[in-house]
Design a protein around this ligand. Structure first.
Ligand code: A2P
Length: 276
């Protein structure tokens, strides 16, 4: 990856290239707001859009992709299996209908509800049917990833996790790397909470960048793919404008020291996992 390459990618185990920065649409209501955000991202150069069955906005994502005029194969589209449902294959077919496309590039188990392994054979069937080009996981711990690796015929390509300097989770990222799994950061801005942190603000003003850009850049430099969420077009543009600068070592270690997970695999060392 070069620092100024806006189409920088990470290579997945299935040979696909996943863009380093994408738009996440968690908590974006279905309808005009979601369509506008996705359209604005695609116009600004984003080629990775991340949705989920649980977000209930796949139809809007699909409409924005189709109306962009960008060839489908140039866009990396992720959705996630809602693990309250039973069959990942049936559910991906429904997702594809809502998205108005023949395949997703990545299909993730949204969280390991009911254990890390039961849904995987259905995910593999979705892959074998060509409906999901890549399959993966989200919110899996290092131990859950290991359990899955013991039973999988097709390995997971991605583990999408809550990740920011405050939720550094270094040992989980290392466990993913050891398994060849690309870690992807959701909530890289702490859903907005981390933008006002004094250390983040200080580094932003010293580098002539915004706090959001500093947090996104930090995650990129840790080797992750990152999916900041915004519904404001100026912020969507800002969050993608992170390929022409590099945080220096001092800035990276100042950000590293904000960690509240004691570099454990956990998202929030002192609180419950939201998905338990
Ligand atoms: P909004 O959608 O109103 O723009 P995360 O990606 O960590 O989940 O953070 C998303 C939150 O951060 C949203 O509330 C979003 O608000 C806000 N946000 C996203 N990008 C920026 C930005 N560049 N500047 C300020 N706030 C931002």
């Amino acid at each position: 990856m070069t620092a100024n390459n806006a189409q920088a990618t990470r290579t997945l185990l299935n040979g696909a290239e996943i863009p380093v920065v994408g738009l996440g649409v968690w908590q974006v209501p279905d309808g005009r707001e979601c369509e506008r955000a996705v359209s604005s991202a695609l116009e600004s150069g984003y080629r990775l859009i991340d949705t989920a069955q649980a977000y209930r906005n796949e139809s809007s994502v699909g409409r924005a992709i189709r109306s962009s005029g960008i060839p489908r194969e140039e866009i990396f589209l992720t959705t996630k299996f809602y693990p309250g449902s039973r069959d990942p294959l049936v559910e991906v077919e429904r997702s594809l209908e809502r998205l108005g496309t023949g395949y997703v590039d990545l299909y993730l188990i949204h969280w390991p509800k009911g254990g890390p392994t039961w849904a995987w054979s259905g995910m593999e069937r979705a892959s074998e049917a060509g409906l999901a080009r890549g399959i993966g996981i989200s919110n899996f711990s290092a131990a859950e990833l290991q359990e899955l690796l013991k039973v999988s015929q097709i390995p997971p390509t991605v583990n999408q996790i809550q990740f920011s300097p405050f939720e550094y989770r270094r040992s989980l990222v290392e466990a993913c790397a050891d398994a060849g799994v690309v870690a992807q950061a959701y909530s890289p801005l702490g859903t907005g909470r981390h933008l006002g942190d004094p250390v983040v603000e200080r580094i932003a003003s010293a580098t002539g960048r915004t706090p959001a850009q500093v947090l996104i850049r930090w995650a990129i430099q840790k080797g992750l793919s990152v999916i900041p969420k915004s519904t404001h077009s100026e912020r969507i543009v800002e969050n993608f404008d992170v390929f022409d600068f590099e945080l220096d070592e001092d800035s990276v270690s100042a950000l590293d020291s904000l960690d509240t997970t004691d570099q454990t695999p956990d998202a929030l060392a002192r609180t419950q996992k939201w998905w338990s």
